[in-house]
Design a protein. Structure first.
Length: 310
């Protein structure tokens, strides 16, 4: 549980990365890849010793059937359960270059984060093959899966994974179309108060599950900070609060959260507040369909019928 709480806190911090930083990071990665290219990339030797520097990347590697070649992971890579047998060689926000090198990887995969660029540049400078996989939207998740399939000799498995994700999300979207759409706020954290905006992964899942994202749309930002006093003006009917994720059974924490909403100026008494406990609702990776289904249940299923209003 403790590891799960820390993992969630780290992911919450990463959600605040700006689009400009990601774009610059990826541009640098492409330039390094192009500078070192010696021909058709698909003709290079396939990776046999892989290190993953992110939980979502680890999940995707296992989802395309190549978990058996992982030789290193971060301490937050705890899913699937099989990954726990892989040696921990790094933290998430600040990768340990020496420990990564100690397992002699022939490929390192990383998703851009606020503190890992220096370590990635160091690995590049030492000649280590590093592939940067953005994982902030559904489209990026699918592209990352296909990229892993290409580099890990798992094209068939990756293709099937992407097909399944697309098919199952489309089925859920059709199911949700039969319900009334409701305005939803997806709360990521309280200090600062951060909402998942349109264009974020939770925002995409909300739309698929039949919700209307009530968070303000801001150009270039997929997560937005708002003032507590302005929450009522966003007119939500449902709040999905993921800020306490990992604290399952901590009733004091849940009571504090509910008091927070009751204390918001002008807060309507008919707003349903759902305290989310499963990080699949906003953790990018192979489990994204499960996340969308959870949100559907919050909005339209049994979870909605039994939810408390604040």
């Amino acid at each position: 549980m403790k590891r799960h709480v820390k993992r969630t806190a780290v992911i919450s911090a990463v959600l605040l990365v700006t689009c400009a930083m990601i774009a610059a990071y990826l541009a640098y990665g492409r330039s390094r890849r192009n500078a070192r290219a010696t021909g058709d990339e698909t003709g290079q030797r396939k990776a046999e010793r892989v290190v993953s520097l992110g939980p979502a990347v680890t999940e995707l590697i296992y989802a395309v059937g190549r978990g058996n070649i992982m030789v290193g992971r971060t301490r937050y890579c705890d899913h699937p359960e099989e990954a726990l047998s892989v040696p921990i060689v790094s933290d998430y926000l600040s990768p340990d270059v020496e420990r990564v090198l100690s397992v002699k990887p022939d490929m390192v995969f990383v998703s851009p984060g606020p503190g890992n660029r220096d370590a990635v540049e160091k690995l590049w400078s030492l000649g280590v093959r590093v592939d940067v996989l953005p994982l902030y939207t559904l489209d990026e998740i699918k592209k990352a899966a296909l990229r892993l399939g290409e580099l890990l000799d798992a094209k068939t498995e990756a293709g099937k994974l992407v097909e399944n994700i697309e098919r199952e999300l489309e089925e859920l979207k059709r199911k949700a179309a039969g319900n009334e759409r409701v305005r939803v706020l997806f709360v990521v954290s309280h200090d600062p108060l951060v909402l998942a905006a349109p264009g974020s992964l939770p925002g995409e899942l909300l739309e698929i599950a039949g919700g209307i994202n009530a968070a303000p749309a801001t150009a270039g930002k997929t997560y937005v900070s708002v003032e507590r006093e302005k929450l009522s003006s966003l007119r939500p009917k449902v709040v999905i609060d993921a800020s306490a994720m990992g604290d399952s059974g901590n009733t004091l924490k849940e009571e504090e959260l509910r008091r927070f909403y009751r204390s918001v100026p002008g807060w309507p008494g008919d707003v349903r507040v759902v305290i989310a406990r499963d990080d699949a609702i906003y953790l990018p990776g192979a489990n994204v369909v499960h996340g969308a289904r959870l949100i559907y249940e919050f909005l339209h299923g049994a979870a909605a019928a039994g939810a408390e209003t604040e």
